[in-house]
Design a protein around this ligand. Structure first.
Ligand code: ATP
Ligand code: MG
Length: 431
């Protein structure tokens, strides 16, 4: 026998019925984006490696150890499966001069790739949905994005998602803080782990983000970036806070929130839950005013967030918010080969009228016993079986049999005239 091939570790197939939950979430997200005036941008899954090295920063987890990078065998180009999509969005905005006539509100969704240790809520191929507002400098758009995410949680019926915010200020302010921070960390060198020691001079801010429990106390006492912010940065932060307050949106200021990518400045934020174990961040983002220049474009302010779709679906499941997956309305039982063309024709008509219909099919030299057809009809999840029996067809009728619980006063079987589908199709349609 030929050896069985499996999916790559940490990369999952999403099959029915679970895929119906994905479609449901995707549709909710699209509807929300239309309400807020965000439009869809689709960029390639493969980008030049340099985009992420320059955009995300060389001393980041992603660029140091998580990227799927390879050389194109045919032309030697250095390519990477996108680990995130903000850099790609900005690359596309620059490439197509999207900001020539003002700011743009954009969204994307799709697979991202990071070589991490697979575990609950952490995969090597995972899916993000992201919203980006390009070309807007004021804190009002930061607030808009945060409000939009809060509306999404409400729309999905999710509870217990908490907002944390912080300000990273501007590069010069971070520079001043960095000096103070390095001095502090050097004074506590004996408590640094290997990762931290390596980052001490390259990216000390990221040490504050450590997940190592034995470093928490030391890190808690470190100089705070917030204390190094100038008037303008503080003003941006306070105006964001005031707008959130005015919308009744609660948040916690977390001075240690620094985010994984170098491109952030001013506002950063995360939405976290305690209900998903250690992978509790469901959505994260912030302002990245420097990124346009970093990828070779004209300077432009920008802000956005990305949510992890697997984590949102997991949380929906945890909170019992996943409704019955999509099922077909009717299943056509076709007792004879002679009935097949009639059944096909009527089903097409019903579908044009908005009914979701599956036809029994697949017999090579017959149609299969009624018993097996009804079994299939039952397991299809359909609420009705359409039975194209010889006798009924002779009368110009088709029998409709309820397969699920029959409401009081409702008949379990009725006859409908074949030539008047437009009159009764509606009664077969699900919600
Ligand atoms: P984490 O701290 O959990 O590694 P991150 O800071 O690397 O997250 P971002 O790059 O900001 O995450 O991505 C935004 C969101 O995408 C995260 O909040 C999370 O919901 C989701 N996400 C990130 N990495 C993964 C992954 N490997 N598997 C599943 N979801 C992920
Ligand atoms: Mg990560």
């Amino acid at each position: 026998m030929v050896e069985k091939l499996n999916a790559v570790k940490g990369m999952n197939d999403i099959a029915p019925p679970v895929s119906a939950h994905w479609e449901w979430l995707e549709e909710r997200l699209r509807v929300l984006m239309r309400r807020y005036g965000y439009r869809n941008l689709r960029t390639p899954i493969v980008e030049p490696t340099a985009l992420f090295v320059r955009g995300l920063g060389e001393v980041t987890d992603i660029v140091e150890k998580e990227m799927y990078s390879f050389e194109d065998r045919l032309n030697g180009e250095q390519l990477t499966l996108r680990p995130e999509n903000t850099a790609g969005v900005v690359r596309a905005a620059v490439e197509h001069s999207m900001l020539y006539d003002g700011g743009k509100r954009l969204y994307y969704m799709g697979p991202m790739f990071r070589h991490e240790r697979p575990q609950r809520g952490r995969y090597r191929q995972f899916h993000q949905f992201g919203a980006e507002a390009l070309g807007f400098a004021g804190p009002d758009v930061d607030a808009e994005l945060i409000v939009m995410a809060c509306d999404l949680w409400a729309e999905l019926g999710l509870e217990g998602i908490e907002l944390e915010i912080n300000s990273l200020g501007q590069p010069e302010e971070r520079q001043a803080h960095r000096k103070a921070l390095i001095a502090y960390l050097e004074a506590h060198a004996d408590q640094l782990d290997d990762d931290a020691r390596r980052r001490l001079h390259s990216n000390p801010l990221r040490i504050l983000d450590t997940k190592n429990p034995s470093m928490q106390a030391m890190v808690n006492g470190a100089p705070r970036l917030m204390d190094h912010l100038g008037m303008e940065s503080l003003d941006h932060f306070n105006r964001l806070r005031a707008l959130l307050d005015a919308q009744g949106i609660g948040y916690r200021i977390n001075p240690r929130l620094v985010r994984g990518m170098d491109y952030y400045n001013l506002s950063v934020f995360e939405f976290v839950t305690t209900q998903l174990g250690s992978q509790g961040t469901v959505c994260a983002g912030g302002r990245y005013d420097g990124l346009f220049e970093q990828v070779g474009g004209k300077a432009a302010p920008a802000v956005g967030w990305a949510l992890g779709m697997e984590r949102i679906l997991e949380l929906l499941k945890e909170q019992g918010r996943l409704t019955e997956p999509w099922v077909v309305d009717v299943y056509a039982v076709v007792p004879t080969l002679a009935a097949l063309p009639v059944a096909m024709k009527l089903l097409r008509q019903l579908r044009h009228l908005g009914v979701n219909a599956t036809m029994h099919a697949g017999g090579v030299d017959g149609v299969g016993s009624m018993k097996s057809q009804f079994k299939k009809a039952d397991s299809s999840g359909a609420r009705f079986a359409l039975v194209f029996g010889e006798q009924e067809l002779g009368l110009g009728m088709v029998a409709v049999k309820a397969l699920r619980v029959v409401q009081e006063g409702e008949q379990s079987q009725r006859l409908f005239p074949l030539d008047q589908a437009h009159e009764w199709a509606q009664s077969l349609r699900g919600a």
